[in-house]
Write a protein that binds this ligand. Structure first.
Ligand SMILES: *Cc1c(COP(=O)(O)O)cnc(C)c1O
Length: 411
């Protein structure tokens, strides 16, 4: 057991120790991690980092009273997001620490809205596609809301008929993803909106992973379904800045069609000796750097910057898909809407292929249903493509036909 250090250590020694620790990490800079890190290019990263550092010490908890700079920047980030997601007049939102917090707050808002508007006794539930992020289960666990996960259609999108059938008087929330993390596909949000309008159930669109990418891919002319506030029944949207928004972590946004309903996201308490304490977010202290970093990166790139990155990434995705399909015995499981792809093998066990990739220094992303390898591509993966395809081919050739690893897909 490490004891709490009796004396201090010099920064030089600390830094050297960190350098040694990092040697065991996955070489993400060389494109060897298909998840966790999103990268546009070094310029964007440098702007985000410099802006973050400029506001390294400030605390966004004090944005209203002490740091007017942060209040202004957060309001700007929200307005830019609402513009991107067709926010109608009266829509609003705020920044959070990530997708999980954005989802938690959307669930809380929908629940409190339900309780205020409908006098239904008994336990509430939410109806979500099987592919929805576990953050909904986490929110359900904390807030005692049952989660009804509904199996997907054969094309891996939300089965809206079965979801409609699962809605009852205690259902306070319907969820669709744009796209979902596992299959990278956008759910039929307008069909969900029709159910939401017919039953009066809150509809949340989880655009955490692709929210800041999909609008640009659509502008490029790709055939993507609508998913944002342009669809009448959409009540709230979560979209992570720290994923394909390429902003420094931790940063996400959550938006609400109706600013009055959004009031219910707030936690307002006055039992404390200091007096009233009101926060929109689950967390109290928030890094000022996250707000400044997002504000800077959104403005640095602008629509043009995001559009050209989207074009580069879609082109890269096409190259990966073609390269993967060219390997004997490998087949794509989906035709990607954005840059998330899944593939499997016909004769070999795909998790055995994953082990072969891991042996050559790649972190394989896994998916269980259907069993496959999962990748989320950004510009980090550009230079790595030929090495990856070479090693994948080798891993397929040397893989076993059955899964001997007993591994489970976990993060
Ligand atoms: C990443 C992700 C989340 C959770 O976001 P965190 O920032 O990791 O908390 C939620 N939904 C989807 C679809 C995601 O991809």
């Amino acid at each position: 057991m490490l004891e709490f250090p009796k004396t201090g250590t010099g920064w030089k020694d600390i830094r050297e120790e960190m350098d040694r620790l990092i040697e065991d990490d996955i070489d993400w800079r060389a494109g060897r991690s298909p998840l966790y890190i999103f990268h546009a290019n070094d310029d964007v990263a440098a702007v985000g980092k410099a802006a973050f550092e400029k506001f390294f010490h400030e605390n966004a908890l004090g944005a209203k009273r002490a740091f007017h700079s942060l209040r202004k920047m957060e309001a700007d980030v929200v307005e830019m997001g609402l513009d991107l997601f067709s926010g109608p007049a009266g829509a609003s939102g705020f920044m959070t620490s990530g997708g999980s917090e954005s989802i938690f707050l959307a669930v809380k808002t929908a629940r409190d809205h339900f309780r205020a508007c409908k006098s239904v006794a008994g336990a509430q539930n939410m109806v979500v596609p099987e592919s929805a992020h576990p953050a909904f289960d986490k929110a359900g666990d904390v807030m005692d809301i049952a989660v009804r996960r509904i199996p997907l259609r054969a094309d891996f999108r939300a089965d809206t008929d079965d979801m409609a059938a699962a809605v009852d008087a205690e259902t306070m929330l319907l969820v669709g993803s744009a796209p979902c993390f596992p299959h990278g596909l956008i759910d039929p949000i307008s069909e969900l909106a029709a159910i939401s309008e017919r039953t009066g159930t809150w509809l949340h669109v989880d655009a955490c992973v692709g929210g800041y990418l999909a609008p640009f891919v659509k502008l490029l002319g790709h055939d993507l379904p609508d998913f944002d506030f342009a669809i009448d029944g959409v009540d709230s949207i979560s979209a992570d800045l720290h994923k394909f928004g390429f902003c420094p972590k931790p940063a996400s946004t959550v938006f609400f069609r109706d600013a009055e309903a959004m009031e219910r996201s707030k936690f307002d308490s006055s039992g404390w000796a200091n007096g009233r304490f009101v926060t929109s977010t689950l967390v109290g202290t928030r890094p000022g750097g996250s707000v400044a970093g997002a504000w800077a990166v959104l403005r640095y790139l602008g629509r043009e910057g995001y559009l050209s990155l989207a074009a580069e990434m879609m082109n890269l995705t096409k190259q990966y898909v073609e390269g993967i399909e060219a390997i004997d015995g490998v087949k794509m499981l989906t035709s990607p809407d954005l840059t998330i792809l899944n593939f499997t093998t016909e004769k070999k066990d795909i998790f055995s292929v994953a082990d072969g990739l891991a042996a050559r220094g790649w972190l394989p992303g896994l998916i269980r249903k259907p069993k496959g390898i999962h990748m989320m591509l950004s510009m980090l993966h550009s230079d790595a493509i030929s090495d990856y395809l070479r090693d994948l081919k080798h891993a397929v050739e040397t893989a076993t036909a059955t899964d001997t690893s007993g591994r489970s897909a976990s993060y």
